[in-house]
Design a protein around this ligand. Sequence first.
Ligand SMILES: CC(C)(COP(=O)(O)OP(=O)(O)OC[C@H]1O[C@@H](n2cnc3c(N)ncnc32)[C@H](O)[C@@H]1OP(=O)(O)O)[C@@H](O)C(=O)NCCC(=O)NCCS
Length: 179
Amino acid sequence: MNQVGACDGHVRPATRADAPGIVWVSASSILPGEDVGFGGRMDSPFRDTSALLAAWRDPNLVQGEEVLVAEMDGRIVGCVTVEDSGRELELVNIDVPLELQGRGIGTMLVRSVEQRARAAGKQAVTLGTSRNAEGVAWKSLPWWQHLGYRVTHEEENPWTQSIGPGVREIRMRKDLPPE
Ligand SMILES: CC(C)(COP(=O)(O)OP(=O)(O)OC[C@H]1O[C@@H](n2cnc3c(N)ncnc32)[C@H](O)[C@@H]1OP(=O)(O)O)[C@@H](O)C(=O)NCCC(=O)NCCS
């Protein structure tokens, strides 16, 4: 069991039975409309339990992403998805409900992803966040930097183009030296 700071919980692969909890976590991590202009998960199966179950591939794959959950006292309190990208592991999405943020759950999820990446022999964990057309970075950027992720570059790509003109993806990376 992973224990980080004040956060007394653990991270495990998700199962189908977790779908309602995952949808709740995904729907409650930001305020309504807060991600307008930044992207988020547009048309995501994570917004709806039946859509999530329809997209689910056992044991814990959704649209090619492995789904992990943070659990405390038998309750789903966070979710992260990762995708194998060869020598690196891409952290695709992470959510902790607003009412549970700031208690170490997000850090526990990220540390677990890093442990899994290291165990799989990956060189780094990578991820992307966004910068809107006005040049404002999504609010999680300093949090990622606090966890040791550095900006490698910014780019426009099909995902940013789907959000709107002038939006950029901020690509980040944390190298994992072998232990
Ligand atoms: C980003 C997110 C997953 C973080 O989860 P969380 O559970 O609130 O994070 P934690 O409680 O583990 O973070 C606490 C740590 O981060 C630090 N921290 C918090 N906010 C910070 C900030 N804005 N800048 C720098 N450090 C910050 C705290 O000091 C603390 O550090 P410590 O462990 O060294 O004391 C959560 O806020 C969330 O779901 N946000 C909405 C969805 C989102 O933006 N996802 C990322 C998309 S790229």
